[in-house]
Design a binder for this molecule. Structure first.
Ligand code: A3P
Length: 286
């Protein structure tokens, strides 16, 4: 097992490569604008997918940014080091992305009118995606066996903490019409419909032609071939796509190829117990 020193931040673990105490301090003091739109996700829920869709919706379908700017600078992470370097280049309305739970959002987010799009994914598929990601991401701890990784995930000993805590924090966020909830599965099932919902939410009245064009450019296949979106610009010593590509399968339900019946029962019972008494229901059966 490789030994990687993660950053401990308010009880959650963050990888050191992209984060630092300075970047976290910068995030705390970050000045959110009313027109900002945040894509919010627990890792492996479809973050880079929303990073692809959001700027295209905000700019009315102009493909220039997705062909010229890597995703991490196009829609930068609130908590990562790159934000301070690119913030002045971002065009308004700005698209930003974060893995933070709700309570770690900066004060200026709460006092602003900025919007958030919370992307949720079936946690069984998150575990699978994250397991393969930990194998290829050399800057992360190796995941151990799939069974060991399931245990870590259940206990929240993974990046950004427990999935259930993340979901609870954002489902409980008192943001009224400033927040929209969408699932990865909904996006897989009907991407143009998902883009239509997103464009309505951010107040862009996109033509059907623009929606179809965005959907085509945000398809799994197109993103997999876009060097600005597929992480091929990251040196292999950090992300080794020969082990597993970042854009790996892009489907809903790959967990069926990984979980044994016993693992499924254990996982389901732990997640259900964590969510007992919550007023929201999950869009998938566990
Ligand atoms: P898989 O590993 O299951 O393939 P994140 O960006 O939050 O890290 O999530 C990564 C997951 O989103 C990966 O899942 C990746 O393949 C998937 N993904 C990214 N872009 C996608 C797209 N256009 N269509 C479907 N899935 C996509």
């Amino acid at each position: 097992m490789s030994s990687v020193e993660y950053i401990q931040y308010h009880g959650i673990l963050l990888p050191p490569l992209a984060h630092s105490m300075e970047s976290l301090e910068y995030a705390e003091k970050f000045s959110v604008e009313d027109s900002d739109v945040f894509a919010v996700t627990y890792p492996k829920s479809g973050t880079i997918w929303m990073q692809e869709i959001l700027p295209l919706v905000l700019n009315g379908g102009d493909l220039t940014p997705i062909h010229t700017v890597p995703n991490w600078d196009r829609v930068p992470w609130l908590e990562e080091k790159r934000l301070a370097l690119v913030v002045d280049k971002l065009e308004s309305p700005r698209g930003l992305v974060t893995h933070f739970p709700y309570h770690l959002m900066p004060p200026s987010f709460h006092s602003s009118k900025a919007k958030a799009i919370y992307v949720m994914r079936d946690p069984k598929d998150i575990v699978v995606s994250s397991y393969h990601f930990h194998k290829m991401a050399e800057f992360l701890e190796s995941p151990g066996t799939f069974d060991e990784f399931i245990e870590k995930f259940i206990k929240g000993k993974v990046l950004f903490g427990k999935w259930t805590d993340h979901v609870k924090s954002w489902r409980g966020a008192d943001l009224g019409d400033r927040i929209m909830y969408i699932t990865y599965e909904e996006m897989v099932q009907d991407l143009p419909a998902a883009i239509r919902r997103i464009s309505d939410f951010v107040g862009r009245n996109l033509s059907e032609e623009a929606i179809q064009k965005i959907a085509e450019h945000c398809s799994f296949r197109t993103m997999k071939n876009n060097n600005m979106s597929n992480f091929s610009l990251v040196p292999k010593k950090y992300m080794n796509s020969d082990t597993s590509p970042f854009l790996r399968k892009g489907v809903a339900g790959d967990w069926k190829n990984h979980f044994s019946p016993e693992q499924l029962a254990r996982f389901t019972s732990a997640i259900s117990k964590d969510l007992e008494g919550e007023s929201f229901s999950l869009p998938w059966s566990l």
